[in-house]
Write a protein that binds this ligand. Structure first.
Ligand SMILES: Cc1cc2nc3c(=O)[nH]c(=O)nc-3n(C[C@H](O)[C@H](O)[C@H](O)COP(=O)(O)OP(=O)(O)OC[C@H]3O[C@@H](n4cnc5c(N)ncnc54)[C@H](O)[C@@H]3O)c2cc1C
Length: 415
């Protein structure tokens, strides 16, 4: 096994998990990574005393692959309080744990977001989805989420005040056109686990995977231009011949024969501001129901103090489907922040922005897993990455595991 030349393209979660599994089976794989660090879409920068994640995202502690590959205690996870602060113009109210404990929410607080019937529906949906297996969820009929919610009997009020702003931030699209399979999957995960970030930022997730590798070599700044047969052509002109290749990036660009086989991506803009102190003062997501541009916000230092080492508060703001230039957008965001907080716009100091073009893949046929034989596309090439299944940390890890298992299987003698 040691002498087999197994190359993995991409050091995101899918590539790292594939390497881990190959190591366990006795291989010593080589990862070729275009950038200068591991993590792909999960990265954390240090900037001016702050920790800045590339886009607001959370780790759900109920994800099965997360439990398998990460030591959650060692990650020093900081959990969000379940629920949300609804920032409804100048009014704000807290909905505590609407997914897990809807019946416990005080009538008055709930009446601002939904009806008594919504409360009961929420309760029954939670119970149903906790029972429903991943297989059943991903084999269910697929409806756009907005239709699914209406069909389930939720009122327009709760759809507008809770589901829309919350799931827009998860799906990274405005109209909840994403499949109900993804909705059920995410809802189930929120009902069963906690949304969390590692104390030192989301970048700790891929770092923990990388630290578990002992026989894998990672070459950074090694972008792959094209794969032809079992030959890898690098952007720097080098040519490598491999026994097996795992393509842990969307393959369209490097495998001409796969062009057009995978969908588009959803993009997102993440803006960071610093303020003297948090106006939420709790580790909770804030959902804006009436704004033009800001969808959701979080004070990251309310969740983990380590996100700010300079005594100021760090506000992460998510903007979807942005069409404005940054210099036009920032004052609009600052005004919206003033409206919901009462704090003057100029006190929100712009820190940095991340415009993420390929944030989530648009997957037509969302799946939880594929049989390991299905990810093999040629004699020597295997695919991995969230684009095969669904846009999530769990899917990326799962796909990496599946591709590695397929390779291990290919070495099993047939007689
Ligand atoms: C803003 C945002 C919010 C999100 N929120 C959540 C969330 O809350 N919960 C959740 O579960 N998921 C979330 N996700 C999704 C999750 O981050 C991804 O599903 C997961 O990280 C994808 O991992 P991957 O390994 O499949 O791909 P990637 O992370 O994209 O990894 C691909 C790697 O390949 C490298 N590469 C690309 N091209 C080449 C090339 N030609 N040669 C060599 N290397 C190459 C890239 O540099 C990268 O390192 C979010 C994503 C974003 C961006």
């Amino acid at each position: 096994m040691e002498d087999q030349k197994i190359y993995i393209i991409g050091a995101g979660l899918a590539g790292l998990v594939a390497a881990l599994e190959l190591e366990k089976a006795g291989f010593s794989p080589i990862i070729l990574e275009k950038s200068h660090r591991v993590g792909g879409r999960i990265k954390t920068d240090q900037h001016d005393g702050f920790l800045l994640d590339h886009g607001f995202q959370v780790l759900n502690t109920a994800y099965p692959e997360v439990k398998k590959y990460l030591d959650l205690d060692a990650l020093n996870l900081k959990t969000f309080d379940p629920g949300a602060v609804i920032l409804d113009g100048s009014e704000s109210y807290i909905i505590t744990d609407p997914i897990r404990n809807p019946l416990k929410i005080l009538g008055m607080a709930f009446s601002k977001v939904g009806t008594m019937l919504d409360k009961i529906k929420m309760f029954s949906l939670t119970r149903e989805l906790k029972q429903k297996s991943f297989e059943e969820i991903f084999n269910s009929a697929s409806l756009p989420t907005h239709q699914y919610l209406k069909k389930y009997g939720f009122s327009d009020q709760i759809i507008a005040n809770f589901f829309k702003p919350f799931f827009r931030g998860v799906f990274l699209e405005m109209h909840l056109n994403t499949s109900s399979r993804m909705f059920e999957y995410v809802f189930k995960m929120f009902a069963m686990g906690h949304a969390a970030v590692p104390a030192k930022g989301m970048g700790e997730v891929p770092e923990m995977l990388r630290r578990q590798l002992s026989k894998t070599q990672i070459y950074f700044d090694s972008g792959v231009k094209e794969i032809i047969g079992n030959q890898i052509n690098l952007e720097n002109g080098s040519v490598i011949t491999a026994d097996r290749i795992i393509v842990a990036v969307q393959p369209d660009r490097i495998m001409p024969q796969m062009q057009g086989q995978f969908g588009q991506a959803r993009s997102v803009l993440n803006l960071y501001f610093s303020t003297q102190k948090s106006f939420l003062a709790r580790p909770m997501i804030g959902l804006l129901t009436r704004s033009q541009v800001v969808n959701n916000l979080v004070f990251m230092d309310d969740v983990s103090q380590e996100y700010s080492g300079n005594g100021r508060s760090l506000l992460s703001v998510t903007v979807l489907e942005n069409v404005l230039e940054e210099k036009e957008l920032i004052p609009i965001v600052q005004r919206e922040l003033e409206e919901v907080s009462g704090i003057k716009a100029e006190f929100f100091k712009f820190v940095k922005s991340y415009s993420i073009y390929h944030a989530l893949p648009v997957v037509e046929d969302l799946r939880y897993e594929i049989p390991f034989t299905e990810c093999q596309v040629t004699d020597s090439v295997y695919l991995a990455g969230d684009y095969l299944l669904n846009g999530s940390i769990n899917a990326a890890m799962r796909s990496g595991r599946t591709a590695a298992e397929a390779i291990v299987y290919s070495y099993v003698p047939t007689h």
